[in-house]
Design a protein around this ligand. Structure first.
Ligand SMILES: Cc1ncc(COP(=O)(O)O)c(C=O)c1O
Length: 387
């Protein structure tokens, strides 16, 4: 018997799930928001159950064990030494990014984003009264597909404009799945440092790198950068709302703490703390099995698309459980495809417009294979009807 059962057809409808319960039709299979249909690591569930059994859920003082678990995981897994004094725990990477933008900018300043990009970056920039400065990623044709590169020439031009104060780096990158190499990260550092542009590196997807690729913490390349991380994507604990900002510079930490306190979003909850410690201390074996399962799902999705949907071109992803698919040859834009598939196939996918490119869709394949198969069969049948 396998130690972890990722084939289990977990039932999430009726559990106050954003992914499942925001669509009324009970037949819809949701393959949109980045949240997996698997139970988390048993060690996390057990630790949370013990915490629940205490029956006391008052305000939290983050224990030393939390910082130890965090540092020891990153050192063990990625060779990155995190100094506990540099860590600011927060309720999520999105609130973290937003607070850091607030700390490093004034309304009207430019924030450079390399699109397509995770949707909440757009709103974080807007909500802080900043201007989005787009440095679109460049599509790179490969022998059997395509991927993306950063446009360093344009980045240099944008960074040299003194009104542009911050760059949001997504490392690894959602939605393209790029795992930036050391050379690429070094160029980002050199360009940004030379122009006094602060880098915020969102590393929430760092554990979900595909075989053959290696995540490089941006703090390796630039120890002065501000990094955000969380166990939530890898361990499927987004609802526990815990994340960390790592900022080595005292002035940066002061400004970020100020912004977090201005927004009064400084308190984390006891389950987030317990969940993080258990995941980082005891979740290793589960995570390895999860990654094997996801890799099979990825291959399966590629096969089924290449055999049945010749107008869909999948980006050659290096990380995450999100497939980024060019559907421009199908004659539909992302929003239209999303609407059509929801209606005809009863499958909810994400439109690329959410990430800044209407020619694409995004599919979350982190679900039991049987569910993925059913969803893909429905999509194939619905698209046949369109012909
Ligand atoms: C790049 C990226 N950053 C942040 C988040 C969300 O972070 P949190 O739930 O910790 O606010 C996501 C969720 O998909 C993401 O893809």
């Amino acid at each position: 018997m396998k130690p972890f059962d990722f084939d289990e057809l977990t039932i999430r409808r009726g559990t106050a799930s954003l992914k499942w319960d925001t669509t009324d039709d009970p037949e819809v299979i949701p393959l949109w928001v980045a949240d997996m249909d698997f139970r988390t690591a048993p060690a996390v569930t057990l630790a949370l159950a013990e915490r629940v059994a205490s029956g006391i859920f008052g305000y939290v003082d983050i224990p030393q064990d939390y910082y130890r678990a965090l540092s020891s995981w990153f050192l063990r897994k990625h060779g990155w030494h995190i100094n506990k004094d540099h860590v600011i725990p927060t309720t999520g990477v999105v609130p973290a990014v937003s607070a850091i933008i607030k700390a490093f900018t004034k309304p009207g300043d430019g924030v450079i984003l390399q699109t397509p990009a995770y949707n909440c970056f757009f709103s974080s920039i807007r909500n802080n009264g900043c201007r989005l400065i787009d440095n679109p990623l460049l599509i790179k044709e490969l022998e059997n597909g395509f991927s993306y590169d950063m446009d360093f020439v344009n980045l240099e031009v944008l960074a040299s404009d003194p009104r542009n104060k911050v760059l949001i780096l997504c490392n690894p990158h959602n939605p393209t799945g790029r795992v930036w190499t050391r050379e690429e990260l070094t160029k980002v550092r050199d360009i940004c440092n030379a122009n006094n542009v602060k880098v915020i590196s969102d590393e929430i997807h760092c554990e979900l790198v595909h075989p053959g690729f290696e995540y490089t913490p941006f703090a390796y390349i630039d120890p002065t950068a501000v990094v955000c991380c969380s166990p939530s994507k890898a361990f499927n604990t987004a609802g526990l709302q815990i994340a960390n900002i790592v900022a080595s510079q005292p002035d940066d930490r002061y400004a970020i703490n100020r912004a977090i306190n201005d927004n009064e979003v400084c308190d984390v909850n006891p389950f987030g703390v317990t969940g993080l410690i258990a995941a980082y201390d005891k979740g290793d074996g589960w995570l390895s099995s999860l990654k094997e399962y996801l890799e099979e799902n990825r291959k399966f999705l590629h096969e089924i698309i290449s055999e049945n949907l010749p107008t869909w071109k999948i980006c050659d992803s290096e990380s995450t459980y999100l497939a980024w698919i060019d559907i421009s040859a199908s004659g539909l834009e992302g929003d239209e495809m999303e609407e059509y598939l929801l209606k005809k196939a009863k499958v909810r996918i994400s439109s690329g417009s959410d990430y800044g490119d209407f020619r694409f869709i995004r599919i979350n394949y982190a679900c039991p294979r049987q569910r993925l198969l059913t969803a893909m069969h429905r999509i194939i049948e619905a698209l046949k009807e369109m012909l």
